[in-house]
Design a protein around this ligand. Structure first.
Ligand SMILES: [Zn+2]
Length: 136
C-alpha cells in the first residue's frame, strides 16, 4: 500500500459515518420502506380507520401508493399515514424513521440535527412526539 492510498483510506474512514448519516434517507428503497411501514403500522392489513372494514383491492393499492384509499362501507378516505404517529408530518417518512432510530439508541437531538442537516426544531418536535418524557 502506498502512502497516498493509505491516506485516502484514512480519509474515507474519517468521513464515511457522517456521509452515510446524511445520505441514508436517499439510499432507502421506497417500496421496501412502504412495506415496512405497512407491516409496522397495519400488520399487513389495509382496513378503514373509521369502521374497520377491509379496503377493496383497488383502494388498497391506492392506499399503499400514498393516495387515498376510500372505504366502500362508510366512505371514509383513508391516507397511508392518516392513522399513525406520522399523520401531519411534513418532512419525509424516511428522515423521520432515521431520527426515531437514532433517538432510540440515545443520540441527542442536537447531534442528530447536526449529522442529518435537519433543523433542530424539527428533530425536537419529533422527539416530543415519540418520547415526550425525554424531550427538552
Ligand atoms: Zn369505513
Amino acid at each position: 500500500m502506498t502512502e497516498t492510498s493509505q491516506s485516502i483510506e484514512i480519509e474515507q474512514c474519517r468521513k464515511i459515518g457522517a456521509q452515510a448519516l446524511r445520505d441514508l434517507p436517499d439510499l432507502i428503497d421506497d417500496s421496501k420502506l412502504t412495506e415496512w411501514f405497512f407491516q409496522f403500522f397495519y400488520d399487513g392489513q389495509a382496513c378503514c380507520f373509521r369502521c374497520g372494514a377491509e379496503l377493496s383491492e383497488r383502494s388498497r393499492r391506492s392506499f399503499l401508493d400514498g393516495r387515498v384509499g376510500s372505504c366502500r362501507a362508510c366512505g371514509k378516505q383513508n391516507r397511508f399515514f392518516g392513522g399513525t404517529i406520522l399523520a401531519g408530518i411534513k418532512t419525509n417518512a424516511t428522515s423521520f424513521l432515521l431520527v426515531a432510530a437514532l433517538l432510540s439508541v440515545g443520540v441527542s437531538s442536537r447531534d442528530i440535527a447536526n449529522g442529518t442537516n435537519l433543523p433542530l426544531s424539527t428533530v425536537r418536535m419529533w422527539q416530543k412526539k415519540l418520547n415526550p418524557e425525554t424531550a427538552p
